[in-house]
Design a protein around this ligand. Structure first.
Ligand SMILES: [Fe+2]
Length: 299
């Protein structure tokens, strides 16, 4: 598994663990300070207010400018429609509560604060209740167009767009209701993988051209520039569960659907009666690798 992300011009930026954020103690301190304030909060508790620095606002503006144009070109039309309503200011990092107030008015969803790893049961299950776990810290300013972990930009530019739209919000609730019905790590991991390869990394086709709808693609300038050259495969559950998560670096395999209504059919068909026997009923292989336990990440 390659952990070597490509820069926007195709050159390598180094291994994910060599990202400047890991080696800058001031950055790590700031990131952890923001993350730690979310620790111990219950699902549905409001996110604390963060006093973002001018440097963090500048990072937001740089990403906003680049991502907006990239999404114009590479996002599917349903996403671009949702974006018109989404709470994404150009001038600086919004507070979670501002984002949540807008999302709630549109679809009933709110962000709930995540500090670090959130177990699958909580992360996925909260979606049934209209809560999405999101972080508040900002990526390192030296490399604004790439982050090896989800940050507030990922959550707003990816999930914030989705959750402004009733169509996508229904899919999140569908994932959440399935996760709320099961308890075993195996069943939760299966749901998590389906979530990962659809709502995080999914691609649809428009006039046979690949267009992104997954949040991890939508929020990554680098991914938007290259997903069309990834290994594009038609959505297939058995194929999907065999693939391990690629939690850093670019996603080498992405799954396509013929349209977003088709995606809704697939997800409802698989998840609406999901229970502990689903993997056996579908004759899906046992997961080869225990997936990333906790909050699936994206960039
Ligand atoms: Fe995400």
């Amino acid at each position: 598994m390659s952990l070597t992300p490509l820069n926007t011009d195709g050159t390598t930026m180094g291994r994910a663990e060599e990202h400047p954020g890991f080696a800058d103690p001031d950055y790590v301190r700031r990131r952890n300070l923001i993350a730690d304030r979310a620790e111990g909060r219950q699902v549905g508790e409001p996110s604390p207010e963060v006093h973002y620095t001018e440097a963090e606002h500048a990072t937001w503006r740089a990403v906003h400018k680049a991502l907006w144009r990239a999404q114009d070109h590479w996002a599917c039309r349903e996403v671009l429609r949702a974006r018109e309503l989404a709470p994404i200011p150009a001038e600086g990092v919004p507070q979670h509560e501002e984002v949540s107030d807008r999302l709630e008015a549109l679809t009933g969803f709110r962000f709930t604060p995540a500090g670090g790893i959130v177990p699958n049961k909580r992360f996925l299950g909260a979606m049934a209740e209209g809560y999405f776990h999101a972080v508040q810290y900002v990526r390192h300013p030296a490399m604004p167009l790439y982050t090896p972990e989800p940050d507030v930009l990922h959550d707003v530019f990816g999930h914030g767009i989705h959750l402004a739209d009733p169509f996508f919000a229904d899919l999140y609730r569908t994932v959440g209701r399935a996760a709320a019905r099961v308890d075993t790590a195996d069943a939760l991991d299966l749901i998590s993988r389906v979530y990962w390869f659809t709502l995080e990394y999914g691609v649809t086709l428009e006039q046979r051209r690949p267009r992104a709808y997954g949040a991890a693609l939508l929020s990554s300038f680098g991914e938007l520039g290259r997903f069309a050259h990834a290994d594009l495969r038609p959505f297939d559950l058995a194929d999907l569960v065999r693939l391990p998560y690629q939690v850093a670096g670019y996603q080498p395999v992405v799954f396509t659907v013929s349209s977003l209504p088709h995606l809704a059919e697939l997800l409802h068909g698989f998840l609406d009666d999901f229970d502990e026997t689903t993997r056996d009923r579908y004759r899906l292989p046992v997961l080869s690798e225990r997936g990333f336990m906790g909050r699936p990440v994206g960039r």
